[in-house]
Design a protein around this ligand. Sequence first.
Ligand code: DC
Length: 229
Amino acid sequence: MYFSGFMSNNIVVAIDGYSSCGKSTLAKALAKKLHFIYVDSGAMYRAVALYFLRNNIDSNNHEQIAEALKDIHLNFHSRDYQTHITLNDEEVSEEIRLMPVSEKVSEVSAIREVRKEMVKQQQRMGYSKNIVMDGRDIGTTVFPAANVKIFMTADPKVRAERRYKEIHDKNPEITLEDIFENIAHRDYQDTTREESPLVRAADAIILDNTNLTPEQQLQFALDKVEPFL
Ligand code: DC
């Protein structure tokens, strides 16, 4: 059964948008400020992609996918509003950010059965608790009745530069061009896939943060949530 944010009086903030737009930075800051729970839905798709890679699951084999989904157990542990996710009790928070997973995740997150299972788990997390969830389909599919929906966007070049700065120290072999291509590829896959493509919900507020500081973005979001507090 689907429970909307309104039925149980809790507040749900949905933050959707393109890859590497700063969704998680904003979502974390907002959750911290308001003492809400933060859920990084992308981390769930990434953990599933990691499982598929490790176990050679064929994205076209529905039987294999169904078996895999039964065997995948994801859990979040939030420490200081950082996402710690476990896949079958193994902490995979760092591994899911590496390039092999980033390259696989679009394919895996386009699979209908995978989305159905993730959405079910995400809706459960939003029942009765105040949460901020970021992703691609949170305002359209997971919580169509969310109190506040923000759709984030930014210039792709700026997004690639930000991600490059973030990961360069740990991954000096990855070039800015690699990142730009990965972002462009994910944008294409996310917006053109058949299942829940990335699209702005009609009632989502657009936040283009190309020229905004994190503080300005936080203030923007706080102003939108304020009426519901
Ligand atoms: O937000 P992210 O880059 O960590 O997300 C990883 C991938 O998961 C991204 O390519 C799109 C997909 N995703 C999705 O399809 N739906 C969501 N709610 C969140 C992420």
